[in-house]
Design a protein. Sequence first.
Length: 582
Amino acid sequence: MTNHPTSNGANDPRSRSKVLLDGRDRAPARAMLRAVGFSDDDFQRPLIGVANTWTEATPCNAHLRELGERVKEGIREAGGVPLEFNTIVVSDGITMGTEGMKSSLVSREVIADSIELMGRGYLFDGMIALSGCDKTIPGTVMALARLARPSVMLYGGSILPGRHRGRDITIQDVFEAVGACAAGRMTGEELDQIERSACPGAGACGGQFTANTMAMVFEAMGISPLGSASVPALAEERDELARAAGRHVVELTRSGVEARAFMSRAALENGIRAALATGGSTNAVLHLLAVAREAGAELSLADFDRLSRETPVLADLKPGGRFVASDLHQAGGTGLVLRRLLEMGLLEGGVPTVTGRTLAEELEHVSETPGQEVVRTGASEPFKPTGGLVVLRGNLAPDGCVIKVAGLTRMQHRGPARIFEREEDAFRALQGGEIDRGDVVVIRHEGPRGGPGMREMLGVTAAVIGAGLGSDVALITDGRFSGATQGLMVGHIAPEAAVGGAIGLIREGEIVVLDIEARRLEVELPEGELERRAAEWTAPAPREVGGVLGKYARLVASASEGAVTGDPLRLDALSPRTPATT
């Protein structure tokens, strides 16, 4: 059996499920489980929950039903008994630009809640979660952190790129083509060709967008097996990865190593560096803050900026670069990026992983494809000398905001504010040619509470790029951006407009200054003017009162705190386990 470095020695792998299944009084429970196929022998084995996010509603997760079968095979091979269940998925790429997108970030909380409830209800000895689309990845890990039991997260893998006129394309190209077509820079016929070619099969979006960013982050943290993130969704080798992941979770139940062992401060910093070194999604900030809170580990926006100053961009990945996830896999995979960081002294190699080996031990087996162009060799020739994500502050964002800089060459912008209260209004203005070069597009009341749901805005940001304005227009918002977003786009502004944040107080035409090198986002106003406006501010009527969105708006925290809805201290008090430590 694998020797896990954080094993507590003697451990009963059925410490939880025996309460559910053993003894005369539990005969009714056993009777019902016999009806779903349990044998006498199964009642003596560790009970493993398999949280699957399979759905027909998005290609990102459409293949996970079959992958779940391979995971269960691995669990049985290792002597465990799998019980598979499902949870929800909301696709950002499909709902983008509509009211449906308000469900996306909310779904992260529902995913976490539903998996937590199943884990508590069925007293699983161990858990493995299968993820695909963006919010399923952090949502599953948040649940595993809450439950604090032996766990693995397995990502379903990336879609292969489409082809158009001899080049690889992704869903990012479709969004940008919409803007180009509206600006008269592309024909409707070519837009149709790109639409039909961009997504050739199952798997999550192909660039270093949110899904691939978070999958890489969780490999670097150790909660996912090294080498699993960059393997394409439909590659044959993914079947064995799934079986191995099933075996790993059973071994973890025998060793007593729980999920929070992979969520320490050191592990979280490894994950952040992986996102920074690959020009990853701004959503990594939101999701890692949430995971840290669920795990009881200290993490703040300041940590992202500190690490970004130290961590170069080493991978040439879309949206800021040339390559997609399948190219990274052929070059050497996530492990190649992590090995580079380890060699530079930027990674903590002693953190444990779900395989039972430390991260450094795992990286000893990484091989690099000769002549590959995806990952640079190190500090001597990075794509950029500092990380791909930057945290800004200033009178417009006293609690912070985030911008992706991996593909940027321009670090300053100063221009008049063009105010929009909803994403759709800004999109119509862009489509109608109403935005001028030099403008600062301000989209507000789209934050966690104000939206509610903090919509992603790839439709708008891609329209800016598609219209040929990417070098001349900045966009700021209290909402979110897709991992496919590029350009001078500032998101997660906190406090948000709905709670009286300064982004809700500025007016049309006032001059906004963005200075990335100085880490500042400011509006040029006389001293004391924002404070005067704040004193006169009254809260707007909520856009949603009832249902899940209304409940979310009442409970959600600021984006600067991960936009979580639960109190992590309360959750820790309910758990008999110890929170993650440094």
